[in-house]
Design a binder for this molecule. Structure first.
Ligand SMILES: [Zn+2]
Length: 81
């Protein structure tokens, strides 16, 4: 089960937390991600590709640049805003 998950998505190890084993798996087809801690899914969320640095990051609605008619023009990650 875990091996299959890793094959589907991109595996990215988080360096920030040294105490626990956090792994983020991104599914580009559905633009969602799962956060695994010690092999267990602890969070699922939507992701978006930043129009500034092209990184795929956790979606946060404040990053949208919205046009006059309310349409979404672009999305920027926290580092590019
Ligand atoms: Zn960015």
């Amino acid at each position: 089960m875990h091996a299959a998950l890793v094959c589907i998505g991109k595996r990215r190890k988080m360096e920030a937390t040294s105490m626990s084993d956090l792994i983020e798996i991104i599914y580009p087809q559905s633009m969602t991600a799962k956060l695994l801690q010690n092999g267990e899914v602890i969070a699922e969320y939507k992701v978006e590709q930043c129009d500034g640095c092209a990184k795929v990051m956790k979606l946060d609605p404040f990053g949208y640049k919205v046009g006059q008619a309310g349409e979404k023009l672009a999305w920027l990650c926290g580092g590019c805003r």
